[in-house]
Design a protein around this ligand. Structure first.
Ligand SMILES: Nc1nc2c(ncn2[C@@H]2O[C@H](COP(=O)(O)OP(=O)(O)OP(=O)(O)O)[C@@H](O)[C@H]2O)c(=O)[nH]1
Ligand SMILES: Nc1nc2c(ncn2[C@@H]2O[C@H](COP(=O)(O)OP(=O)(O)OP(=O)(O)O)[C@@H](O)[C@H]2O)c(=O)[nH]1
Ligand SMILES: [Mg+2]
Ligand SMILES: [Mg+2]
Ligand SMILES: [Zn+2]
Ligand SMILES: [Zn+2]
Lengths: 210, 210
């Protein structure tokens, strides 16, 4: 319990930093390979003229994801967690010092691919967004409930693969609402572009109201 | 560190239990939704007349997976880990008491869907098998190296979806061998059946030699 209370103190410092500079910070969560980085790249391409965007990447090893993000032209810092299975608010605090995100900007944190532990660690973000891909099965919200309970928005990704998998979209969203009645839901394909507009509008809208 | 040494003492007890009864125990690891349960169901259907099979299921919540396994006619015990992100040897020890797997049998442990933490916890198994699906991306062995380093076998699943995703099979296997030069690799489709024979033969062969 001591780890969480230390983490929450750092999270409060981060949140005050973001609020003081009007930075809208999103914490992206998912299983490994659900499409977080692909979604971020397409999001940056669509919003880059509208907002200043920067990204903090979290992975056990490699800086592949930060390198993919930097190719879009925006700043990205890579955190390697080693044996660690989630990002902590302390690590984010240090990354913010390095990244120096602009005031009034969008900051995306791509967490380590893990549907369990990141749910418990507040990073100081404005909202948590959980990404689930249709290839993982519709039962995940009930089997891995904590992260769907902690999320403000659930994005169902890879809907271009729906013709090839056995996946019931409405049932999956119903499961998510069973775990978290307030969760909002969107469906899209990060590679094909379907549904991206509803995600971009969600960002525009929540940036103002959060 | 104390957690791991306590776990390892329980793992040794489990391993002696298995050895004493000639039980071949496999610990299946993957991201959420890579296809562990689907693979187990198809494996049981193929081997059920040859061996006695039983299964220990690990999930944060629900007993969906144990119920799916029981529909094949074999015994299954469900462990719910709650906030826990991996199975421990102690939990397996208790499940063995409940399950009472037959001598000379096959015992599958389906771990919690998580490519990070389960790598560090010895359950007393004969071998660790990591399942990766083609929809997750070929970079996973380098980004989540510990679990590929710990595994004896890597199964690439959902190869029926290769035509619809950008995935280089040889590169992925090369990445896995970079992290673990001794890892063996197989590719299959648990739903379509392609490649299942090489997996069944791997089981038959390793059961004798391990
Ligand atoms: N068909 C399809 N593939 C997608 C989509 N989005 C991502 N992918 C593919 O899914 C794989 C993983 O994508 P990434 O963006 O690397 O996933 P990630 O969540 O960032 O993965 P980690 O950071 O390793 O946890 C890649 O092969 C992508 O091309 C999509 O909408 N449709
Ligand atoms: N196309 C295709 N889909 C598959 C294959 N194997 C599994 N699936 C699908 O993948 C989804 C997840 O399968 P599961 O077997 O539940 O995966 P799991 O690894 O047991 O998931 P968790 O226990 O929740 O971590 C389901 O929709 C399956 O139908 C395959 O070889 N090809
Ligand atoms: Mg990524
Ligand atoms: Mg399963
Ligand atoms: Zn963890
Ligand atoms: Zn863990």
């Amino acid at each position: 319990q001591d780890i969480l209370s230390k983490n929450n103190r750092c999270a409060t410092i981060n949140r005050n930093y973001f609020r003081g500079r009007n930075i809208f910070c999103l914490n992206l969560l998912s299983s490994p390979g659900s499409g977080k980085t692909t979604l971020l790249i397409e999001t940056i391409k669509a919003l880059n003229n509208e907002f200043s965007v920067s990204v903090i990447e979290g992975d056990q090893q490699t800086s592949f994801d930060a390198e993919r993000i930097r190719k879009t032209g925006v700043k990205a810092v890579q955190i390697n967690t080693g044996k660690g299975c989630h990002l902590s608010a302390r690590k984010i605090g240090r990354a913010i010092d390095e990244l120096k995100p602009a005031p009034d900007s969008l900051l995306f944190i791509e967490n380590v691919g893990n549907l369990v532990c990141p749910a418990a660690f507040d990073l100081g973000e404005s909202c948590k967004v959980v990404v689930l891909s249709v290839t993982e099965g519709a039962d995940k919200p009930l089997k891995y409930p904590d992260i769907f309970h902690a999320a403000d928005l659930m994005i169902l990704n890879k809907i271009d693969l729906l013709p090839y998998v056995d996946f019931d979209v409405e049932r999956c969203f119903e499961y998510a609402r069973r775990v978290n009645p307030d969760i909002q839901t969107l469906q899209l394909s990060a590679t094909k572009g379907d549904g991206m507009n509803s995600w971009l509008n969600w960002i525009r809208q929540h940036r103002k109201t959060t």
